[in-house]
Design a protein. Structure first.
Length: 448
């Protein structure tokens, strides 16, 4: 039978000083001099906490990235090719950005976020992609002594991973630091669309500029030129290719934004899943010719890209309609409490009625009134989404404070916006009421 081990004696914990004024004074008097402190308070830089400073640093970094990437592109294409590529690559940009902005009409995000996304894609992501892709392809060619195989591997494996990761960084930054503007699938799609449109813009300058340089060397011109063929494939047939890939990442972040704070795994896994799908689709697109032969591009385009594009377009429009249904479901509670009239929730849940309300306000009282109605619609939409998140168990910690703030903004604009929305609701048949007078000049929607 073994002997029991002697009991272990631990030193007792020191007593916590009692909170008595006399004792506190004695303790503070006994504090060592500052030079002998072991635990020093951190120095907080007020300079870096300035929003203007952080914005200036971000703009400077993006501007430097833009100068570097455009210099690299001009070096590869030559000045004349760069200018031709720049002019042709600009053509689809207004159409694509307008399409994504149209999707964001229910609760438009601030333009500064969209400009950041576009600039990140055009400059930062493009710079990372051109450097990483070139380095990886050259390294593989040197290691395998097979330049052709290295180019194929770089296009089908390296480029999709590098480019989609670089573009996803912009969505991640908006998701992390502009969370109040990132509330669902539509916001993710719009952020991804602007980022990818910027990236495709810079990439198109490179491809079209190189094609023009090749035509200059070979003496090609007109429809038979390499420039015309490149323009047809990249600008006419597939201007949505890069946005389509990156939208999958945006949807992943958008669905994660809808998840409650307790669903930490979902908020991490879903963006990664979206990114993986974006890389896979990008790899299939880039490798279509090597995988399926000379007609592989058209096969993948017709059998895969176009159907997926249609499906994602439907999903985005459905998500926008879902946002309108959320407004219709949440705002009647505030109408019952007296903050809104009974006509306003139906009007605010209809894009046609919202547009008509702004038009009527502008016609009757000028641009200032139309702006007030637009702000009223924005705040009411934010209020509906705030309440919807609370119903799903994803309420913000400062829900009550934010609700009071939004109600305050609505109340300030109520006298101008409420009559216009009431008129729009009745004119569009959103409520059962007598039809409005057809003569806008005689009918004053602000008359009480």
């Amino acid at each position: 039978m073994s002997e029991s081990s002697p009991p272990q004696h631990h030193p007792p914990h020191p007593a916590v000083p009692a909170f008595e004024q006399q004792r506190v004074d004695e303790l503070l008097a006994a504090v060592p001099e500052r030079a002998r402190w072991r635990y020093k308070p951190r120095r907080v830089s007020r300079f870096w906490h300035s929003k203007a400073v952080r914005a200036g640093v971000l703009i400077t970094l993006l501007a430097l990235s833009g100068l570097v990437i455009l210099s690299l592109v001009r070096e590869q294409t030559g000045t004349q090719g760069f200018l031709v590529g720049l002019g042709l690559a600009t053509l689809p940009v207004p159409l694509l950005t307008a399409a994504f902005r149209w999707l964001d009409r229910v609760e438009p995000g601030p333009w500064r976020n969209l400009l950041f996304a576009f600039a990140w894609g055009a400059f930062a992501a493009a710079l990372v992609a051109i450097i990483a892709n070139t380095f990886a392809t050259q390294w593989i060619a040197t290691a395998t002594a097979d330049p052709t195989g290295a180019d194929t591997l770089g296009a089908t494996v390296i480029a999709p991973v590098v480019e989609e990761s670089a573009k996803a960084a912009a969505i991640l930054l908006l998701f992390r630091f502009r969370r109040q503007d990132f509330r669902g699938i539509v916001d993710g799609v719009v952020a991804a669309g602007f980022t990818a449109t910027g990236f495709a813009f810079t990439e198109n300058i490179l491809y079209l500029g190189n094609a023009f340089g090749e035509d200059q060397q070979m003496g090609f011109s007109g429809i038979a030129s390499v420039t015309a063929a490149t323009f047809f494939v990249r600008i006419v047939m597939s201007p949505f290719a890069h946005p389509l890939f990156t939208v999958l990442t945006g949807i992943g972040f958008g669905v994660a934004a809808l998840a409650s704070r307790r669903m930490r795994v979902r908020r991490i896994v879903l963006p990664l899943l979206g990114l993986a799908l974006a890389m896979g689709m990008h790899a299939l697109w880039n490798g279509s010719t090597s995988l399926f032969g000379p007609w592989g591009f058209y096969l993948v385009y017709g059998a895969f890209m176009v159907p997926v594009f249609g499906l994602l377009t439907w999903l985005t429009i459905w998500s926008r309609q879902r946002e309108l249904r959320t407004i219709a479901a949440e705002l009647p509670a505030y109408a019952a409490a007296g903050w809104l009239s009974a006509d306003q929730p139906p009007a605010l849940s209809s894009m046609r009625a919202r547009t008509l309300a702004r038009d009527v306000a502008r016609r009757m009282h000028g641009p200032t009134a139309a702006h007030a109605v637009s702000e009223y619609q924005h705040f009411a939409t934010s209020l509906a989404f705030l309440r919807h998140r609370a119903h799903r168990g994803a309420a913000d910690p400062d829900f009550v404070e934010r609700e009071q703030e939004l109600l305050h903004h609505l109340w300030q604009r109520r006298d101008v916006a409420a009559p216009a929305l009431t008129y729009a609701a009745r004119a569009t048949g959103r409520v059962h009421a007598p039809p409005p007078h057809r003569d806008y000049g005689a009918y004053n929607p602000y008359r009480t």
